[in-house]
Design a protein around this ligand. Structure first.
Ligand code: NAD
Ligand code: 4PL
Length: 246
């Protein structure tokens, strides 16, 4: 399939994990991809692997100036934004007893403030272009109340509810905004954290057994980011082998 020929896509968190896999698929299907990450070197490596049309932009999505500079770069290079996938996030593992306000704010600054800043800037450009697909990455932890990440679960609940409102605000311009809610997924971030010990537990709850990988998450994102998903907005789709049903 070549669903993204002629499209310009911004993907955050593109240096590794789920964001990188999404960026690779959009590029493979013809998109010009801005691979965005606070890890500029990682984003460079990812963009190189995606071929000539992809380019890396180092950006801290929690910083308003950095997000403005990113959007200026994309507009100067590409003239429009058709697709925004917000995959960048902090995925913490912090016991409730250790959860300080500073740690709470560290996560909210990226997972919610960053999401707002990206959607604010990209949707303004999409409205001018009369086309837009926004896909935000929530988490199935918002249905499960997953332990050791209360602030993260709160932030991802906000991703879901914010996306519902964003769909309403942008619907007049025929721009869609949806979420996917992955289950525990084997990424660099998870592998280097205590979450890596939880695969056996989630497997027990999954309808389909196995360890989720970024490749398992990509198809749902690509569909919601495609032109033909035009009649779907404000929704959240769990992509987790049936661990949660709601
Ligand atoms: P990861 O930690 O492997 O990668 C996240 C990327 O985001 C990193 O490259 C990091 O540098 C980048 N990032 C962090 N802060 C940033 C900032 N301020 N500005 C720009 N980039 C920043 O994560 P992952 O496991 O691939 O997860 C990707 C997305 O999927 C996240 O939104 C996460 O919440 C969500 N998710 C992951 C899982 C899972 O089990 N892996 C499950 C459900 C949802
Ligand atoms: C079920 O989003 O959804 C661990 C780590 N376990 O980040 C997540 C579950 C994690 C999740 C998540």
């Amino acid at each position: 399939m070549n669903r993204f020929e002629g499209r310009v896509a911004i993907v955050t968190g593109a240096a590794q994990g789920i964001g990188r896999a999404i960026a690779e698929r959009l590029a493979k299907e013809g998109a010009t991809v801005a691979a965005v990450d606070i890890n500029g070197k990682g984003a460079e490596g990812a963009a190189k692997a995606m071929g000539a049309r992809a380019f890396a932009v180092a950006c801290d999505i929690g910083d308003e100036g950095s997000v403005a500079a990113l959007h200026k770069t994309v507009l100067d290079k590409c003239g429009k934004v058709d697709v925004l996938v917000n995959a960048a996030a902090i995925v913490p593992f912090v016991k409730w007893n250790d959860l300080t306000f500073a740690e709470w704010r560290r996560v909210m600054r990226v997972n919610l403030d960053g999401l707002y800043l990206m959607c604010r800037a990209s949707s303004d450009i999409m409205r001018a272009g009369k086309y837009g697909r926004i896909v935000n990455i929530a988490s199935n932890s918002i249905f499960a109340g997953t332990p050791n990440m209360a602030h993260y679960v709160a932030s991802k609940g906000g991703v879901l509810t914010f996306t519902r409102s964003l769909a309403t605000e942008l619907g007049g311009d025929r721009i869609t905004a949806n979420c996917i809610a992955p289950g525990l997924t084997d990424t660099e971030g998870v592998r280097n954290s205590p979450h890596n010990e939880a695969f056996g537990f989630v497997d027990m709850l999954q309808a389909i057994k196995g360890k989720g990988t970024p490749a398992d998450i990509v198809p749902a994102v690509a569909f919601l980011a495609s032109e033909e998903a035009h009649w779907i907005t404000g929704q959240t789709l769990a992509v987790d082998a049936g661990m949660v049903r709601w």
